[in-house]
Design a protein around this ligand. Structure first.
Ligand code: A3P
Length: 321
């Protein structure tokens, strides 16, 4: 089943063609709703993802899998595209073979009537690059059992909150975000999909301190010095990286190129998951955009709460370009 890629109208046709009048009526309406998040093992998840979580828990990792793990909106797509270039020795045609959600299966993904991310992963040949946003404590056990390499990318909370707010607007599997103020309150309270950013980044950080199979990276570093960060990734993978491959990878993964590339900008993805007619997935791609959204009062409150929630952690983020 490849219908994640079908435009909605086409999908409606398929449904009405193959089915009776009930489905014909359903086809004229949205196929999913902005349902409330559902709590799984204490973590609020997108309703449809939560309903499929038993499949995710049973996920069978392979020893040569590489897992890209992030809190939402933290540079997942950028790192995925970098990895694709390294895995395919800079062959941009191979990297352009499909949209990013097909090239890098998102194991948490589940939308009614569609192939799940876990199913897509199962039919993806090794070596696979996989993606998840799951907090460390609910990652499927097989990733630990198979001792897979994992790259975690973290991004500063303020830019994540702004990017996530915009993402809620274009990704209709999420609940309504409300106003910016309302969304920010929910973000600080961990009442957004995948739960608390604060717990996510610190729990993965603690895990990475003890496990050399986890490389912990920062989005801001990838923006500041992509060359250095790509070298770091290649070393972690044990991959030879000559200047040509490095330069090709740097060029192919610039914000400008990725925004113009339908295979990485989410334009070809089913609009239920990301509807780029509402707003772009590749929005700004900078550090410090939060300054355009946070009021002085919001910023003061956020900083105070941040100090409390992050107290005791050795993690430090850059919030300015
Ligand atoms: P903004 O919404 O702040 O622009 P993810 O892939 O984890 O969902 O993260 C999406 C964020 O990464 C978006 O941030 C997006 O614009 C940014 N991004 C994607 N590709 C990028 C690139 N090549 N360079 C810089 N930022 C990029």
């Amino acid at each position: 089943m490849h219908s994640l890629l079908l435009p909605l109208e086409q999908k409606s046709e398929v449904l009405s063609h193959n089915s009776g009048s009930l489905l014909l009526r359903m086809a004229s309406q949205p196929l999913v709703d902005r349902l409330e998040l559902k709590i799984i093992h204490g973590v609020p998840l997108i309703h449809y993802f939560a309903n499929n979580f038993a499949e995710v828990e049973r996920f069978q990792a392979r020893p040569d899998d590489l897992l890209v793990s992030t809190y939402s909106k933290s540079g997942t797509t950028l790192l995925s595209e970098i990895l694709e270039m390294l895995y395919h020795d800079g062959d941009t045609e191979k990297c352009g073979r499909d949209v990013i959600v097909k090239r890098v299966p998102f194991i948490d993904l589940a939308i009614p009537g569609e192939e799940t991310g876990a199913q897509l992963a199962a039919r993806t040949p090794s070596p696979r690059i996989l993606k998840t946003h799951l907090p460390v404590q609910i990652l499927p056990k097989s990733f630990w059992e198979k001792n897979c390499k994992i790259i975690y990318v973290a991004r500063n909370a303020k830019d994540v909150a702004v990017s996530f707010f915009h993402f809620y607007l274009i990704s209709k599997v999420h609940p309504e975000p409300g106003t910016w103020q309302e969304f920010l309150d929910k973000f600080m309270a961990g009442k957004v999909s995948y739960g608390s950013w604060y717990n996510h980044v610190t729990d993965w950080w603690e895990k990475a301190q003890k496990n050399p199979r986890i490389l912990y990276m920062f989005y801001e570093d990838m923006l500041k010095d992509r060359r250095r960060e790509i070298r770091k990734v290649a070393t972690f993978l044990g991959k030879d990286l000559d200047d040509e491959l490095l330069e090709k990878t740097v060029s192919h993964t610039s914000f400008k190129k990725m925004k113009a590339n339908p295979m990485s900008n989410y334009d070809g993805v089913h609009p239920i998951i990301v509807d780029t007619s509402i707003g772009p997935f590749m929005r700004k791609g900078v550090t410090g955009d939060w300054k355009n959204y946070f009021t002085v009062a919001q910023n003061e409150r956020f900083d105070e709460d941040y100090a409390r929630q992050m107290s005791g952690s050795t993690l430090h983020f850059c919030t300015e370009a």
